[in-house]
Each structure stands twice: as C-alpha cells, then as structure tokens.
Design a protein around this ligand. Structure first.
Ligand code: PRT
Length: 117
C-alpha cells in the first residue's frame, strides 16, 4: 500500500510538472497553470469546501472522490510555487514523534517566523 501511494503520487507529480507551459486546449493542468495563481487557489478553496460537504454527507466513496480532487489541486498549487509533496513529507517527518501540543508550543521557533516563502 505504501508503495502504491508513493508511486501514484510520484507519477502524478511528474505529469503535473510536465504540463507547465503546455496547451490549455488539450490539458486541464496546463490550463490551470496558464490561468495562473488566482485560478489555482480558487480551485483549492472550492475543493476544500467540497471535501467538507462530502464528509458531512458521510458516503465513503464521495469522501474519497472529493479528497482525491483536493489532493490533486493541492499538488498543482505546490507545483505552481515550485514545491512538491516531497517538501510536505519532509515537514511531516520533522514533526514525527512530537505531540501536536508540543509542536504548537514550538511554533514560536518556526523557520517561518517573520518570513514569507
Ligand atoms: N487527477 C487528476 C484530476 N482530478 C481532478 N481533475 C479535474 O479537476 C476538475 C475538478 O473540477 P470540479 O470538480 O470543480 O468540476 P468542474 O466544475 O467540471 O471544474 P471547473 O470547470 O470548475 O474547473 C475536473 O475537470 C477534473 O477532471 C483532474 N485532472 C487531471 N488529473 C490528473 O492529471 C493528469 C493530467 O491531466 P491533463 O493535464 O488534463 O492531461 C491526468 O492524467 C490525471 O492523472
């Protein structure tokens, strides 16, 4: 299962990267990149809302479907900022073994303090 998650996400990440500068007529991802930041962020926002609605509806497949849409659009957003799920995995690994409460208390020392990316 671990392998399946990694290979599916890696493959999708490569496909998304390959769509930069591509043709909006033949590729949805290229269309998002060509439309730019505001369109990509709007899609992420919409998909978040759709996940919440699906979760409240309680149908497992609907939750899976909408979460897949959200994850896909988050990957497009990360790619727009030249980031990837590798960067997110690194951050999650850094947090491993630290309770959420400790982590919250340590946020004052966050590398993001006083900086924007
Ligand atoms: N995983 C996905 C994926 N998930 C969702 N979507 C698209 O994301 C959009 C979701 O939008 P909504 O649910 O809001 O539906 P909508 O109202 O029709 O969308 P909008 O008109 O508002 O954009 C739909 O157009 C879906 O087809 C995806 N489009 C592409 N991929 C992957 O990206 C690859 C490259 O896609 P292309 O760039 O189109 O070749 C594909 O082979 C897939 O692997």
């Amino acid at each position: 299962m671990q392998h399946q998650i990694e290979s599916v996400l890696n493959e999708l990440g490569l496909i998304i990267e390959s769509r930069k500068g591509g043709n909006s007529e033949s590729s949805y991802v290229a269309r998002l990149f060509n439309k730019g930041e505001d369109t990509i962020l709007k899609k992420v926002g919409e998909e978040c809302t759709e996940v919440v609605i699906a979760a409240k509806g309680g149908h497992p497949y609907q939750i899976i479907y909408e979460t897949a849409d959200l994850l896909f659009h988050v990957m497009v957003m990360l790619s727009h900022y030249n980031l990837s799920l590798d960067d997110i995995a690194r951050e999650l690994a850094r947090r491993e073994g630290m309770s959420g409460l400790e982590e919250k208390a340590s946020r004052n020392d966050s590398p993001l303090d006083g900086k924007s990316i």
